[in-house]
Design a protein around this ligand. Structure first.
Ligand code: AAL
Length: 420
């Protein structure tokens, strides 16, 4: 009997406490009144919905126009690059970060110049490329203003078989370290697309951005062991300097189509030629492709686009490892290669970025597949404030929407005319 009485008392006490907390909450809300007309800059002391909590806890500012890590992106066609009348035999893509040296900007990129456009792995051979980045070299260009460029020629040639990168050297990025320059790049040992887009990362170094470049001729960031997420591809090596070490962020394609997954990892070394140790928490970013990063305040920011659940976001990791979404944006630059003045200064006060290079892929059609370099501008900088870059939305004309038209199969599904 006593047991029954005690358990009944327990239920009543619980109901009263739940009622109290609801009453308390409703009283607090009632006592606080409705949400104010002017959006508080700082998190208000009042009960709020999850979404309202989020704009004060997750993002750099409650509204995009006040968020240093929100920006729109503006694009400008570059002068100085010839594309063979867009016939697909020449392609430039996956540019490196831009550096400034002796008053000139430098950029390196994947350069393909082949007798035909890409024909797929089955039809590829020693002269016919399987993909847009097969049988490629790394070339470079210079500029005084970032709009008109002068192509200088090859920086990294494909080495002789069986050295790493004999089939194709692509998707490079630059590191400046103790007065020397290092180009990291994907070193293909087979045509991309045979199994997948499989390659490790190689590196070459020089005393000047003009070269000549000496190949290390060893794999510097190896593929993972069988069964590990990055067992096949180490893509988009992206070096920065942090804590006096070389931080190389990279992408891997894992899983099998149609469930291919692309995520970003990190490998760290005490010096540019390694050994690189992969971070035990890899993958660090769940989305993105050719992900670009830049020091921001004490942490690092990442432009995350194209693939994955958190694409079209700008993310931030105060500790350079654990990334949170700092803003959501659109029309982000693909293969963004920003000019990052403090990429190698070991800064704890990253200033951000305002421009860089990117690429448009497949600028014509699949039969003449090739990519082009483009300039982007933005305001992800603590040193400028450009309200035009902080507009919340990009207004597209109807033709942009009409180009995202229904496929034949979708129309048949909708009209119920699909023949099973
Ligand atoms: C790019 C990058 C890597 C891939 C291919 C060429 O966008 O992710 O470089 O290998 O696509």
């Amino acid at each position: 009997m006593l047991k029954k009485t005690l358990s009944l008392l327990g239920v009543v006490a619980c109901m009263l406490s739940c009622q109290t907390s609801k009453t308390e909450q409703s009283t607090t809300t009632e006592s606080k009144g409705a949400f104010p007309f002017i959006l508080p800059e700082k998190k208000p002391d009042r009960p709020m919905s999850a979404a309202m909590e989020r704009i004060y806890t997750d993002y750099e500012a409650p509204q995009p126009h006040n968020n240093e890590l929100f920006s729109q992106f503006k694009y400008t066609q570059l002068k100085g690059f010839d594309y063979h009348n867009n016939d697909g035999t020449i392609s430039r893509r996956d540019p490196s970060k831009i550096i400034k040296h002796n008053g000139k900007y430098y950029v390196w990129y994947t350069y393909r110049n082949t007798p035909t456009p890409p024909q797929g792995a089955a039809k590829s051979n020693d002269t016919i490329p399987s993909s847009d980045w097969d049988l490629a070299e790394i070339w470079y260009a210079t500029s005084t203003d970032g709009f008109t460029w002068e192509e200088q020629g090859v920086a990294i040639k494909r080495p002789e078989k069986p050295l790493v990168g004999w089939r194709s050297v692509t998707t490079t990025d630059i590191l400046e370290w103790e007065g020397k320059y290092y180009l990291y790049y994907q070193g293909f040992m087979e045509a991309s697309g045979k199994r997948g887009d499989d390659c490790p990362v190689a590196v070459s170094w020089a005393d000047s951005p003009e070269g000549p470049w000496t190949p290390y001729n060893k794999i510097v960031i190896p593929n993972g062991a069988p069964g590990e997420w990055d067992q096949y591809s180490i893509h988009d090596p992206y070096p920065l300097v942090h804590n006096g070490k070389v931080y190389i962020y990279y992408k891997s394609d894992f899983g099998e189509k149609p469930d291919l997954v692309r995520m970003q990892g990190l490998a760290i070394a005490d010096n540019p030629l390694g050994p690189f140790k992969k971070h035990p928490l890899n993958p660090l970013i769940t989305s993105g492709h050719e992900t670009s990063l830049f020091p921001f305040k004490e942490g690092v920011a990442a432009l995350v686009y194209k693939d994955g659940p958190e694409h079209n976001t700008i993310q931030y990791a105060k500790d350079w490892v654990n990334f949170e979404i700092a803003s959501i944006t659109e029309m982000m630059p693909y293969a963004a290669a920003p000019y990052v003045p403090d990429a190698f200064t070991n800064t704890k006060d990253g200033r951000g970025i305002t421009w860089g290079m990117a690429h448009f892929i497949n600028v014509t059609n699949w039969n003449t597949f090739h990519s082009m370099l483009v300039r982007f501008d933005c305001d992800l900088s603590r040193d400028i404030h450009d309200p035009e870059m902080k507009q919340h939305r990009v207004n597209h004309k109807p033709d942009v929407y009409y180009r995202q038209g229904l496929s034949k199969k979708q129309k048949e599904r909708i009209l119920g005319t699909h023949k099973h």
